[in-house]
Design a protein around this ligand. Structure first.
Ligand code: TYD
Length: 138
C-alpha cells in the first residue's frame, strides 16, 4: 500500500468532537508503539530517514506540519493539520517532517518497537534498499 491519507471517524457533539483509531481497522497494522513530537522550534526538520520494516500512521493532533514521502522515484508532500485524519506511511520510503507550526503536536503510531537497526540514514543506501525491495514486491 502506498502512502495515503486515511480519514478517521469523527463524532461531533455540542460538547466537542471525538475521533479514534483501531488497529487493523482504521489503520492496516498492529500498533506496537506510540510516540509524539512536540516543541519543535520554527524551521526545524524531523525524520530524514527511511525504515526497513516500520510502518507508521501520523496525525496532527494540534497545529500543522508537512510530511514529504519519497519512494525513490517521486516525492509527495502531505499537509497534516486536522485531528480527524492521518497519513499512513508504508515501510521502505524516505520520509521527512517539516514546516511545523507553533504548538504542533504529531502523534505517530508505529508497527514496530524502536530499533535503531531498522533505520536507513543514508539516502544512497535507501535507494539501493528500495531497488531490492521493489524487486521482491512486484
Ligand atoms: P528519530 O527517530 O531519529 O527522530 P526524528 O525522525 O524525528 O528525527 O529519534 C530521535 C531520537 O529519539 C533517537 O536518538 C532515537 C530516540 N527514539 C527512541 O528512543 N524511541 C523512539 O520510539 C523514537 C521514535 C526515537
Amino acid at each position: 500500500m502506498e502512502a495515503k491519507i486515511i480519514a478517521l471517524p469523527k463524532v461531533e457533539d455540542p460538547r466537542g468532537s471525538l475521533s479514534f483509531i483501531e488497529e487493523k481497522n482504521h489503520i492496516p497494522f498492529k500498533i506496537e508503539r506510540v510516540y509524539w513530537i512536540y516543541d519543535v522550534p520554527g524551521g526545524q526538520v524531523r525524520g530524514g530517514h527511511a525504515f526497513k520494516q516500520q510502518k507508521e500512521f501520523i496525525v496532527a493532533l494540534s497545529g500543522s506540519f508537512d510530511v514529504v514521502i519519497d519512494n525513490g522515484s517521486h516525492k509527495q508532500l502531505f499537509s497534516l493539520n486536522r485531528s480527524y485524519y492521518g497519513l499512513y506511511i508504508p515501510c521502505a520510503v524516505w520520509r521527512q517532517m517539516e514546516n511545523f507550526s507553533t504548538n504542533a503536536l504529531a502523534i505517530v503510531l508505529s508497527s514496530t518497537r524502536y530499533a535503531e537497526s531498522d533505520y536507513i540514514h543514508d539516502y544512497k543506501a535507501f535507494l539501493s534498499y528500495r531497488e531490492e525491495y521493489e524487486k521482491q514486491h512486484i
